[in-house]
Design a protein around this ligand. Structure first.
Ligand SMILES: Cc1cc2nc3c(=O)[nH]c(=O)nc-3n(C[C@H](O)[C@H](O)[C@H](O)COP(=O)(O)OP(=O)(O)OC[C@H]3O[C@@H](n4cnc5c(N)ncnc54)[C@H](O)[C@@H]3O)c2cc1C
Length: 360
């Protein structure tokens, strides 16, 4: 008979995915151990943290916006009450409209009940005319804002550290032993292990077969005076006010090479796009790069390994981690603890045939 596990769960990775899971499992009184090799260029540390309920050129409501977005807003609000820190800044996104076609598209969409309640009333645009190059209109998008991810991650990390639930090291896959009803890792025993390694899932021998399509992204922090700080601006790029005349600007998408190294090309592209928007001068303070953990079918990835009992994954938050993450972390914990069904679209079962063929 195997020894009684000390932990209910071991979580590998303390990015947004691992942090949210840790939070919901702790709320259930579960004993957890998080193993994370801190990286200042993980996707979660780099991300702008935007929540935007309208997607793409066709201006449709973002997938799961009716369910996951209200859940996320409530979650960030409760976290604020609990910790006394406001991680999420709720603010409209102003879409900069520069031609008649775009204006027609937006006014047409405003009459569609699917998204009409997400488009706000016209605002006083005059305060932007001195700092932006000529534009036709600014369209306010409601139910939006941004999460200060580094601050959120730091708070969760501190909680875990203080309760001796964090191991700051690179996970060694060779030290994982999987038994029928438990797992062990070095001297630690647990009922289950959940991998949340972001795009580094490709280096995990248990999950490397999952069809990911990670996207590298680069982002700038700039300093400028004269730009109002109460709205996020969006055109081909976003400009997020961080306070104290600092703004986050991004982001780029590229698929090769997948590394965390800032490039001259991205700096040039972002500053060119910025120069098309801003009339005021600015100074680039920093440039960072990270890799978004996106699945080929652009849906999150949750669930059980096809061959190994006790081995789970929570990944694939892609470009929408901040808005989808809280709902799916809670959904996953309900599945793990209450045996509820996972939504099929996100269940890793959809790829089991790939994993099984490899006979892992
Ligand atoms: C430029 C850019 C802009 C973005 N903008 C937005 C945005 O505006 N809105 C939004 O919602 N999302 C955005 N994203 C996406 C967002 O960052 C992700 O959805 C989310 O943060 C992914 O979190 P994660 O925990 O799955 O992965 P990660 O953040 O990559 O976390 C994985 C963690 O696991 C650790 N780890 C990995 N392997 C191991 C191992 N073997 N041993 C120990 N630890 C390990 C890593 O060090 C890291 O801490 C952006 C991403 C980028 C790159």
């Amino acid at each position: 008979m195997s020894e009684t596990p000390v932990h209910d769960y071991i979580i590998v990775g303390q990015g947004l995915a691992g942090s949210l899971l840790a939070h919901f499992l702790r709320k259930r009184g579960k004993k957890i151990l998080v193993i994370d090799a801190f990286s200042s260029s993980s996707s979660s540390q780099i991300a702008a943290g935007l929540v935007h309920p309208i997607t793409g050129r066709r201006l449709v409501k973002t997938w799961m916006a009716d369910t996951a977005f209200p859940f996320a807003f409530k979650f960030y609000d409760e976290l604020k009450k609990e910790t006394g820190t406001s991680f999420f800044q709720s603010m409209p996104i102003l879409e900069i409209i520069s031609n008649a076609k775009q204006w027609n598209d937006w006014t047409g969409r405003k009459s569609d009940p699917e998204i009409s309640d997400l488009i706000g009333e016209r605002i006083d645009e005059s305060k932007y005319s001195s700092c932006l190059h000529p534009f036709l209109h600014l369209v306010p998008i409601l139910n939006s804002g941004w999460l200060n991810l580094p601050s959120f991650l730091h708070t969760i990390r501190t909680q875990l550290k203080n309760s001796h639930q964090l191991l700051e090291e690179e996970f060694d896959y060779e030290k994982l032993v999987i038994l029928n009803d438990s797992i062990s890792y070095k001297e630690n025993k647990a009922r289950r292990i959940i991998f949340c390694e972001g795009y580094k899932i490709s280096e995990n021998p248990f999950w490397s077969w999952v069809p990911m399509l990670p996207a590298k992204g680069e982002i700038l922090t700039i300093e400028t005076t004269g730009l109002p700080e109460e709205n996020i601006l969006m055109k081909s790029i976003f400009i997020v006010p961080l306070g104290s005349n600092l703004f986050r600007v991004g982001s780029t998408y590229s698929w090769s090479p997948l590394d965390e190294i800032p490039t001259e090309g991205a700096l040039q592209k972002l500053t060119e796009q910025l120069d098309e928007i801003l009339k005021v001068s600015y100074r680039v303070i920093s440039q960072k790069a990270g890799v978004r953990p996106t699945v080929k079918d652009r849906r999150p990835l949750l669930g059980l390994h096809p061959q190994h009992p006790g081995v789970y994954v929570f990944n694939g938050l892609g470009t929408k981690g901040v808005s989808l993450g809280p709902f799916f972390a809670s959904h996953f914990v309900n599945y793990l603890e209450d045996k509820t069904e996972l939504i099929e679209e996100v269940n890793v079962k959809r790829f089991w045939n790939v994993g099984r063929k490899l006979d892992l």
